[in-house]
Design a protein. Sequence first.
Length: 492
Amino acid sequence: MSTWTLAETVEVRGDVHVHRASGDIPAKIAIWRYQGSEPLPRFLERLKQDGDRWRTLRHPNLMPTLETGRLPSQITCFWVQEEVVGTSLAERLAIHPLVAPEHALNIVRQVGTALQVVHRAQLVHGDLDPINVVLVDAKDKPRLAWGGLATRLEAAGMDVGRRSMSELAPEQLAGRSPTPASDTYALCALLFRMLAGQEPWTVRRSGPPPGVTADEPLPALPEWVSNDVRQILVEGLQRDPGRRPPLQELVDRVEDQEMAARGQAAPLGTWSAQITSPPEAALTPPTVSRTVDPMTREDGDTLDSALANTPASAHVLRTVPPAPSITQATLAPSVASLPARTVVAPARVQQRPSSLVVPAAVIGAALLIGFSLVAATVLWTGGRKTGASGIAAVPAPARSVEPASPELTPAGAAIFTLRTEPPNAEVWEVGQFVGLTPLEIMLDPKKTTDARSFDLKLAGYASQTVVQPFSKVDVQHTLTLARAAAPKPAAT
């Protein structure tokens, strides 16, 4: 038996007091004064058997049990486990109730692999409360604590101060001893809580027990949770223990869904923008889009393939091509700087010979009236205020001009809007946080010639830090593709 020096009390769980202790290694000691219904000699024998078996278990996601026993000549018992620096999942969920799907699946997968080691040793954990899942490093590696302690004490009729009942399988709530299927239920209840931000069911003393049945469907989950993950929860949260899948099968499926979630890099980011008209504008804009390939983490070279592979293709990048018969020289300055939806060039008027002889005075008067009307029209049109939909048709002098270049000049700035599914992803630029999606970003080619790249990252809802980086989205490259995709002007 090792020598342990007790320090401060860390927490109290019903009849159990947990202390920090020092010895060969940092440890925590659960101490209780035995007052159960089971005879003390029998309880001590079973406590020793459980302690000996738990001490043999070694797994990266298990907190090692160091020692169990009773203080000399007393009825005070103890259970010692290694202490590690970390934060319990319960503390994290109190601050960030929602956990990103791939992060939640990652935690459940690791806890599940640790439970497989426990079950192979003919043991059951029986207490998958979030308080017993400790996240110990920057990647939130889970360590499962206090394995078997609650099961042994409750079997003797003692109170272990459970803080959450939602991870208890229906058979445990009915007073039966936990089985490996009970741990499977608890693991799925833990996954549901991280994905939904709440417990799957509110456990009451009266009424039907929790669990999925033919008449009791799985409670609602956020829309971004995949159907495959929902099916895992439907099967794992069955009220009937015999209908739950084996733990190994469930963990394998969780791992597959974790890889799929990371491969799709949700949330999927899509740029949309309205490029303001350069001086040579404008016609009805085409619709093109720029997205990031979710599987390769790279932005592809073709717009068509991006549109075909993203559910967010409704958000489009609008560009304004040049008008084929209007140039800067033919537009008034007050009109050329405005974003026009449609600009119509007047038809060329050809003079035809006339057999009528019109007196010079009549011709002169007609010309004078015509020039006056034209001048009044120009003044009235130039002073009008236009709404968001653009301006009305603007006549241009009938003159022979060369078609404008199909290239859009970089004179027009662009307002880019970044949307993600699901929303509220983090946008970073050069290591600086820019904001959460949906987010508008102004790009003015006159002021910058360098490409501005933005990193799209998933907010770590279960962590204070960003846990999942995503592809860089190059706005300048997007603008270049938009220009290249602009339709060629019609030949005149």
